[in-house]
Design a protein around this ligand. Structure first.
Ligand SMILES: [Fe+2]
Ligand SMILES: [Fe+2]
Length: 419
């Protein structure tokens, strides 16, 4: 299981990248628009350097043609490639071409831009011979009145100015990204701490559920065998056989719970039958068989314990179909129940009970082999034969506490309760 540090770090990193990208796009878009606006302002200021345009002059074009021509020539002198004064209907009154940029004039004329009338100043960027240029249209008016005339020109953008504005944009972007990174770093310990609390609570909850499973299973087991160790041993055997079979972690958790709770329904079987020393008659056996359905009923009271259902409900089914409660055969019997049936019987055979002695390992294994295809899935018996010897040695003559400790390790591993 990946550490909480790594999970929080990866998620914050992902959030930082996404937020940074979003902020980068917005800041860049806004910054580029700002650059455009500043360039237009520069172009407009360039115009103003030549003083207020005499609107009266513009409205009397015939009498002031010479003066206008001079003004246009002044305007284009520095950064403008071409400049043109127009009347209120956009008819040309006077125009001039900057002799320094005469080579660009053809390029500029190819930019056949048409600005709509009666709007505020407008601009459009274009490239003139590889240089950034801008076409501007500036309405000329008295205070807030309608445009009495227009100035339209092609403004050559100073590369140093653009570089400076782009540097400003890059700085703004860096500051924004650094602010996001700093916020993310500040959030890291806070989120980590919150997650630790949640994880601790969910671990406690899980540990409580596992304890409940052990307590319920042990309580029932001690009724008929005076020891709860049968449950621990079969759970340990089931884990080993499950690992040899290759079941996944979810199935393993269900198998462990099933092993603990397989006979939980025996709580509803009377002592006279449950503790009877001799063989059960047919009526008593029917009563005993009820422990399977009783067990399922008990499990349905707890969503968490219900994970044991597959084993509890089907652990007395037999491979040849002669078992109960449904008489399922072969692979109709759920896999976990088939696995459990082998280890449950094996432990019963090699354990001492009030009414019988423990069988020797070889004798018990002969019994298991004999049950292949009848009681048990033959493939599982074959796999079990491969691990049974080591399993038997692992638990024979070992104190109950040691068996419990070994199983606890497996429970910790599969239920994620290890540190
Ligand atoms: Fe049973
Ligand atoms: Fe059992």
């Amino acid at each position: 299981m990946p550490s909480i540090h790594r999970i929080v770090l990866y998620r914050l990193l992902a959030a930082w990248v996404v937020i940074s990208l979003a902020i980068g796009v917005v800041v860049s878009w806004a910054g580029l628009r700002k650059i455009d606006r500043q360039l237009v302002t520069l172009a407009t200021m360039e115009l103003k350097r030549f003083g207020a345009v005499n609107l009266a002059l513009l409205t009397q074009p015939e009498s002031a043609r010479r003066a206008l021509d001079q003004l246009a020539a002044q305007v284009v002198w520095e950064h403008f490639i071409v400049g043109e004064f127009q009347d209120g209907s956009r008819r040309r009154l006077a125009s001039a071409v900057n002799p320094l940029h005469a080579a660009l004039q053809t390029e500029v004329e190819r930019q056949s831009l048409s600005f709509p009338l009666n709007l505020d100043r407008q601009f459009r960027k274009f490239s003139a011979d590889g240089r950034n240029a801008m076409r501007v249209l500036v309405p000329l008016r008295e205070d807030s009145g309608p445009a009495a005339a227009y100035f339209e020109g092609a403004f050559l953008v100073d590369p140093d100015t653009v570089a400076r504005l782009r540097e400003d944009l890059a700085t703004t972007l860096l500051v924004a990204l650094a602010a996001v990174a700093l916020t993310t770093l500040c959030l890291y310990p806070i989120i980590l701490s919150l997650n630790r609390n949640v994880l601790r609570q969910s671990r406690d909850l899980l540990a409580g559920n596992v304890e409940l499973m052990e307590v319920v299973g042990s309580a029932v087991a001690t009724r008929d065998s005076s020891t709860h160790l049968h449950n621990y041993r079969v759970a340990l055997y089931a884990v080993r056989l499950g690992e040899a079979v290759g079941i996944d972690a979810t199935q393993m958790r269900d198998l462990i719970a099933g092993a603990f709770l397989h006979d939980v329904g025996k709580i509803g079987v009377g002592d006279a039958i449950l503790l009877k020393a001799g063989p059960l008659d047919a009526g008593e056996f029917e009563q005993m068989k009820r422990h399977v359905t009783l067990g399922v009923e008990i499990l349905t009271k707890s969503k968490w314990l219900l994970r044991a259902r597959e084993v509890v409900e089907f652990h007395h089914e037999r491979y040849d179909g002669s078992g109960y409660p449904k008489g399922l055969a072969g692979v109709e019997i759920p896999l976990l129940a088939r696995i459990f049936a082998v280890v449950d019987v094996f432990d019963a055979l090699v354990s001492k009970r009030p009414y019988k002695d423990a069988l020797a390992f070889d004798v018990a294994m002969a019994g298991i082999r004999d049950g292949a295809g009848k009681l048990f899935d033959p493939d599982l018996v074959t796999i079990f034969e491969g691990i049974a010897g080591a399993l038997y040695r692992e638990t024979r003559d070992v104190a109950g506490a040691e068996v419990e400790a070994r199983l606890q390790l497996q429970i910790g591993k599969y239920f994620g309760l290890t540190a």
